[in-house]
Write a protein that binds this ligand. Structure first.
Ligand SMILES: O=P(O)(O)O[C@H]1[C@H](O)[C@@H](OP(=O)(O)O)[C@H](OP(=O)(O)O)[C@@H](OP(=O)(O)O)[C@H]1O
Ligand SMILES: Nc1ncnc2c1ncn2[C@@H]1O[C@H](COP(=O)(O)OP(=O)(O)O)[C@@H](O)[C@H]1O
Length: 293
């Protein structure tokens, strides 16, 4: 199950309906969150609807409630998938920063994850304690990836043999993003162009979206999906941390975050992706697979 590959930490939050995978009309179930269900409700009545998996309401299984979503991989054979976490402040909500100051619980699991990636990342005090706070860990992840600089990061790529590569999380420059896109698409011009057009259409839809104007979009991804038939699409997913803002008139989505501003920098990430794809879509670009030119 694809979401199990991605969401190893939370296998229990997902159910793939038996017999539906890879068939038309397939559905996936994601563990209910009120925040996400509210967002999906709004999105079904918004210009962003064509960019979001269709939401079919709720279902209860045993003691748990789930959100019913269109299976975006339905009908695709050996899909290739890239998950890009959008925004300059991907994972942490402002409340988490406040919580971390008042109740600084030390997380040894996050300390371990940090040390595994970079043993020199924790401070002497953190080494001593064997723990870091959640906000420290999340902020560290944002600043050691392209999240803080380019407004998005590639969280992982699943290739057609089903293996997941997560080495892209440390990418910092647009040139490295471009290389990753070439790897992901295997330099197929048709696919790169399809992704480029879809992101331009998304950019237009965002301009007309009341939902986007009125929500702080944190921890949401753009899911890029294609298969060998060159069908390619991009979807907005994961709204579990996307919340309405009371003074929506000030949200711009294209400026860096300062504490209290609630800005997410979503459009900074989208612009970075579009810039990289537009360079690759240029007619004279010689970096495509020669067979497909
Ligand atoms: O990806 P790694 O490096 O493992 O770190 C994870 C992700 O940041 C999760 O965010 P997301 O859910 O957006 O993937 C976050 O979940 P939440 O902030 O949603 O809880 C986890 O916090 P914990 O669940 O507290 O462990 C944190 O451990
Ligand atoms: N509607 C969907 N159809 C198919 N796969 C999905 C769908 N939504 C999410 N996924 C897969 O599940 C992964 C995790 O989704 P996400 O909503 O971010 O959940 P979590 O918050 O549990 O990480 C995504 O990277 C994607 O591969």
């Amino acid at each position: 199950m694809t979401m199990m590959h991605w969401s190893l930490r939370r296998q229990s939050s997902w159910v793939q309906l038996a017999g539906h995978q890879g068939t038309d009309g397939g559905e996936v179930l994601k563990l209910y969150s009120e925040v996400e269900a509210n967002c999906l409700d709004c999105l079904m009545r918004d210009p962003l609807r064509p960019f979001v998996p269709q939401y079919h309401g709720l279902v209860t299984k045993g003691e748990l409630c789930y959100i019913r979503l269109e299976d975006l991989l339905s009908g695709l054979r050996k899909p290739v998938i890239m998950d890009c976490k959008m925004g300059v402040r991907w994972t942490y909500q402002e409340e988490e920063l406040v919580k971390a100051r008042t109740n600084a619980t030390l997380r040894s699991d996050m300390y371990q994850k940090m040390v595994k990636i970079d043993p020199s990342a924790p401070s002497a005090e953190e080494h001593e304690q064997g723990g870091v706070t959640k906000s420290r860990y999340l902020q560290w992840k944002d600043t050691t990836s392209s999240t803080a600089t380019l407004g998005f990061r590639i969280e992982g790529i699943m290739t057609e043999d089903g293996s997941v590569q997560r080495d892209f999380r440390k990418i910092m420059t647009l040139a490295q993003v471009t290389e990753a896109l070439l790897f992901f698409t295997r330099r197929q011009r048709e696919i790169l162009e399809a992704y480029h057009s879809r992101l331009l259409a998304l950019s237009d839809a965002l301009k007309n979206s009341l939902f986007f104007r009125t929500h702080e979009v944190i921890g949401s991804s753009l899911l890029f999906v294609h298969d060998h038939s060159s069908r390619a699409n991009v979807w907005m997913i994961d709204f579990a941390k996307t919340t309405p803002v009371s003074d929506a008139s000030r949200l711009r989505h294209n400026v860096p975050w300062a504490e209290g501003s609630r800005e997410d920098g979503y459009l900074i990430g989208l612009t970075s992706l579009i810039t990289s794809l537009s360079q690759l879509s240029e007619k004279n670009n010689d970096r495509f697979c020669p067979l497909l030119l």
